[in-house]
Structures are given as structure tokens and as C-alpha cells.
Design a protein around this ligand. Sequence first.
Ligand code: FAD
Length: 437
Amino acid sequence: MALSRRAFVQQMSALGALGASAYVAGYLRDGSTSTSSLTSPVPTGTGVSGRVVVIGGGMAGTSAAKYLRAWGGDKVQVTLVERSAAYTSNIMSNGVLTGQTGLSSLQYSWNVLRSTYGVTVVTAEARGVDAAAKKVSLSDGSTLAYDRLVMAPGIAFDPLPGLTAGDYDSRFPHAWQAGSQTTLLRNQLLAMPAGGTFVMTIPAAPYRCPPGPYERACLVADWLRRNKPGSKVVVLDANPKIMAEPNAFGYAFGTLYAGMLTYVPNAVIDHVDAATRTVYLVGGGSYRADVLNPIPPSRAGVVAQNAGLVTVGGRWAGVDVLSYESAAVPGVHVIGDATGTTMPKSGHMANTQAKVVADAISRLLSGRALDQAPATSSACYSPISMSTASWLTGVFQYDPATRTMKAVAVTEAPDISSGNYSDMSKWFSGLMGDTFK
Ligand SMILES: Cc1cc2nc3c(=O)[nH]c(=O)nc-3n(C[C@H](O)[C@H](O)[C@H](O)COP(=O)(O)OP(=O)(O)OC[C@H]3O[C@@H](n4cnc5c(N)ncnc54)[C@H](O)[C@@H]3O)c2cc1C
């Protein structure tokens, strides 16, 4: 079954992510488009029972914990382990840089997961996994036993040559994990002199949120144009071309911000000289910044690396996309940005992968066959300026021949508009509501 572009976009913009996700989820579970499971949060008498531990309370892990209860029922004991006291959404966090969004408005708790879905939420860091004994050890010294483990730790960053991890926190924020670095980058932009230069770097794909860096370049350019006349933006992209929404970003870079924004493809970084805030490229060329935003390469979160889950490109966790069970460690399922698949690393995708894993684990715990035709989807609204946006959607379906998820519909917005910009907040609140509420 293929979703038409029209149906997909209608779901996205009119109903928000809840409509689209429930549509895909209903399709995943029984081949229909029913959303009736959402009216009864935790069903009884499903015939499904077992202990599931979820590591990571971000977009992927929180959605998985919620839907394991919503679909698996009250005999599935779900424990969510999250090291932070609150989740800060990366999505919409570029708006913090322009002062349009407050960081506190991007914070979410797991209260509804606890109170409405009966998930046990433990605030601790998961330190290790004993896959033979089926136990997870935590930073508080305790251990949790599981029948199935869901790993959703997101990503870890590799500092660029010349920079230390500490440099990112104190001087050169990547802000690719929303939080204090986002505030630091905002403050650096506020303090930058008019006529200064903002330099950002983009790692080679795959990286978290394909349109995200280009969106940031556009927003910062628009803000600088309004607030710091004469300033420049330099985008050093390790990739050979714009990796998402080439029409919208190509127009923005070449026309909207012509004369103030320089886009440099194939910009592989040799090193960063922290003392002079200068980026040196392999093969020559250097760029001095007043404000430097070096987005580093990344890999699966540390706990996934340590558990032996990395099998793709030395960086990402390989999985069977019918169940998201690890290619290396039985009984451990990996979802979200930590995985190495054909699907993009996005919050929306993490939310739909979580639904596939919730369905798959419910089936495995009750001895039923896995769904052989899962589908996932992704949507990103991308601000092109402080008042207009574009969007990108993708629908992926299981391809039995390659045993991968194949893109069956990838669509870029036909125009850049203020209407898209206002649809963006509806989509965002739908997605976050479907994840955290
Ligand atoms: C600037 C920016 C803009 C973006 N815009 C969009 C967008 O418009 N649309 C979109 O769909 N996506 C967007 N994204 C991407 C999106 O944020 C990620 O793809 C998504 O957050 C991935 O979800 P995840 O659950 O895999 O990881 P995360 O959301 O990062 O969650 C991982 C969680 O695991 C926890 N954790 C890690 N290790 C441990 C451990 N050992 N023990 C306990 N807890 C642990 C972390 O604290 C974290 O809460 C954007 C990203 C950025 C940076």
C-alpha cells in the first residue's frame, strides 16, 4: 500500500503527526487504518506479557515505551531508563538561535508515560548490558532484568581534529544536541559584531536530521541580516551537495541570501585552530570565524557501542528492520538515530520506528509472527527564513528482496511559504504529543 503524497501531506499538516503516525501504525498492526487503540491507553487481556527495558527517553525510546503499553497491554512491564531529568527537543531548537523559541518551551517530561501508561521511569544512566544474563546495569548500582531490551540512546559525537569535547561546551558549541550549547550559541550570536562571520561545518552523511544544518544556516542568515548588518555566513559541507531539500535550500543560498552566504561543498576538515577560530580544509583553504559552529561527525550512543551493537560503517547499529532486533546481539532491539539503515535520522522517523518495535516485541512476547510489511515515515518542516518554511516527507516500506526499508515516496514542498511556517507548529505539537502524551 502506498500513501499518496496528497494523503500524506494532508495527514501531516491538517491532523499533525498524531494523525499520520496513527495512520501508519494502524497499517502496521493489522493492515487497516484503525486508530481505535488510542482511545484505551493500556488494554487488558491481550495475551502479551514480559519485561521490557528501554534505554533512552528521547523521541525513539519514549514512543516505544508508550506504545509497548498501549498495544502490548498491562502485563507488559515497561521500564524506561533516562539519564536526564527532562528531555529537550532538538526539533525546533534552531529557533532558539534567532530568539523565536525559548529553550524551556522545548522541554518534556515523562509524567504522562508514568501516570497514564504505567511505565516505570528510572532516572539513571545505563552503563552496561549483559546480554547472556539479560540484565542492564545502571549508574546507581542497580540492575534491571529484561526479556527484551530496546536501545534508543541517540548519538555520540567525535570531536573534530584540534577540538576537545570540552571546547564544544565552553567555546565552540555544535548545539546538535539541544541544551546548554544551544543557549551558548545564541549568546555568541548576540555578542557577535555587525559585519562578523558565522562559520558552520556539516559532517559527512549519514548525520542526524538531513535538512537541519541547512535550515540553521538560513535562520542564522536571516537573523544576522536583520540584526547584524554586513555579516556573513559560511557553510562548510563535507558532502558533495546539499543533502536534503536541494530546491528550497539551493534557492535560499543562491538567491535569498546571495552575497552574504557562501556554501562550500566537499569541505573536509583537516583541523580547527581553536586559538584563531579558524577552520582548515583538507586540500587547502581556511575560514576564520567570529562565531564558529562546528557540527562534528557522530556515531551510535556510547551504551550501544559498549554493548557490541555497532555493525554498520564502524559507527551505527545494524538491525533487522522487521523487528529492529540487533544484527549482533539477540534480544536487543535498536531504534532511532543510533541505527544504521536506509532511513533518515529524524525524530519523526524515530517515532514511527518505535511503533514498529512496539508491535514486533508484542508479537514476539506472545509467540506471534512478525508483521512482514512494516512501513515508516518521516516529515521535517524547514524554516527558510524567520517567517517562511519548506517541508520534506518520506514514506518507507519493507522490501523483502533486499530486507531493507525502501523509500516509496519522498516529496519536497512545491514552494516556500508562510503557510508552511504555521503548519510547522501544528506538526511539531502533534509529533511531541504523540511521543510524550
Ligand atoms: C537542530 C536540529 C533540528 C532537528 N529538526 C528535526 C525536525 O524538524 N524533524 C525531525 O523529525 N527531526 C529533527 N531533528 C532530529 C531529531 O532530533 C533526532 O532524529 C531524534 O531526536 C532522534 O531520536 P532518538 O530517540 O534516537 O535520540 P534522542 O532524541 O537524542 O534521545 C536519546 C535519549 O537517550 C538518552 N540516553 C543516551 N544514553 C543513555 C544512557 N546510557 N542511559 C540513559 N539514557 C541515555 C539521552 O539522554 C536522550 O534523552 C533535529 C535535530 C537537530 C539537532
